[in-house]
Design a protein around this ligand. Structure first.
Ligand code: G6P
Length: 367
């Protein structure tokens, strides 16, 4: 029952712990052992082969999920993809190339700006409109031509957790489905589907760091600022981690692509500024390590989230949190978990209202 907190003190924590189960529910019936089942887009899955471009529009946490999907769609399908917040999109002249898919992301399906963007898009000659949404009876679902439900179940905590990771899961399914129509080999598809099948287990593994992260969180409670760094798909996850921290713990947090460090944020680094680094295990690893050295050289206190084969560890100035080692396509999803736990525990230490942060609403239904 969604309204029962069960053994948990807050809905947010209950929803964090539900993630292995709801990610399974999101994958269920959408992939086989070897393939993405395009029937999940309904009878009209023929649109997939016509897509030449993708425009993604969303707000808040849902926007961050869209930012990850841009990397996946351009990488796997080789198609151009743009991502924009709905409140900007709806108030400008948008150029729509031929055969562009309009894709909205929304937990509630009731966000005023996202709905307005959809209504505008319907006049602009898009190929079709697809909503990735958590609420089957929502306005967004009703007004979109196609829907892929995230199946996260009701989310009550204002700070979005399971809705985000299921959006990413649905976006991965969608990205692979588009890629298959654009030359992705059957072998690569199978490899990606296999990776997706192990996702719920990896998310459970990531949750096992909870007790360690609780200890780490104690050190944040007296901080006023934090800087999150990531590269590639970890950059949107850094944005999402910083949003979670500011939403529920009221600590000012910013996220930067690590390569931008020298272009400004390095000036802010001193012993009072914790730096949260999301370390991917791919060809960007060495580049990220050198960004970390730049921070360490300026006395910055580093909190590193990485798998154990990255050769990073607890050292002076570095607090290490282990994240399960996974196929790089899954990294943004798995790395989200420790950041949710971090912001949750920081908020509990600070004594804020975790499920109902001040000034914020679960769904922004007026502009
Ligand atoms: C509000 C919520 C966020 C959410 C955003 C977009 O700001 O507090 O958690 O990400 O709206 O909502 P949606 O329902 O469209 O995903």
């Amino acid at each position: 029952d969604a309204t029962d907190k069960g053994e948990f003190r807050h809905y947010m924590m209950k929803e964090i712990y539900e993630q292995p189960k709801v990610i399974s529910a999101c994958l269920d019936g959408r992939i086989s052992e070897t393939k993405v089942l395009t029937s999940c887009f309904g009878a009209e899955s023929g649109f997939l082969k016509d897509i030449e471009n993708v425009h993604i529009v969303a707000c808040g946490t849902s926007y961050h999920a869209g930012m990850v999907a841009k990397y996946w769609i351009e990488d796997l399908a080789g198609l151009p993809c743009s991502v924009e917040v709905a409140s900007e999109y709806r108030y400008r002249k948008v150029a729509v190339p031929k055969n562009t898919l309009f894709l909205t992301l929304s937990q509630s399906g009731e966000t005023a700006d996202t709905l307005a963007a959809l209504r505008m898009a319907k006049e602009l000659g898009y190929l079709t409109t697809l909503a990735i949404c958590n609420v089957p009876s929502s306005t967004l679902v009703r007004e979109s031509a196609l829907t892929l439900l995230t199946n996260a179940g009701p989310e009550i905590g204002v700070a979005s957790t399971k809705a985000f990771t299921t959006q990413l899961t649905a976006l991965l399914i969608t990205s692979v489905a588009i890629a298959v129509e654009n030359g992705l080999s059957a072998e690569k598809e199978q490899e990606l589907v296999q990776a997706m099948r192990s996702l719920p287990a990896y998310v459970s593994d990531a949750l096992s760091q909870d007790a360690h992260i609780k200890v780490v969180a104690d050190r944040f409670a007296n901080k006023h600022n934090a800087l999150f760094l990531g590269r590639g798909t970890m950059f949107p996850i850094a944005l999402e981690g910083s949003l979670k921290l500011k939403e529920i713990s009221y600590i000012h947090a910013e996220a930067y692509p690590a390569g931008e460090l020298k272009h400004g944020p390095l000036a802010l680094v001193d012993e009072d500024m914790p730096i949260i680094a999301l370390v991917p295990h791919n060809d960007m690893l060495d580049k990220l390590k050198s960004n970390l050295q730049e921070v360490a050289a300026r006395g910055g206190e580093l909190y590193v989230f990485a798998d154990k084969d990255t050769d990073l560890n607890n050292e002076e100035n570095i607090t290490f949190t282990e994240v399960p080692k996974v196929d790089s396509i899954l990294e943004p999803i798995v790395h989200t978990i420790p950041l949710q736990l971090l912001s949750y525990h920081v908020a509990v230490v600070k004594g804020t209202d975790v499920d109902q942060p001040r000034n914020l609403a679960k769904s922004v239904t007026v502009e």
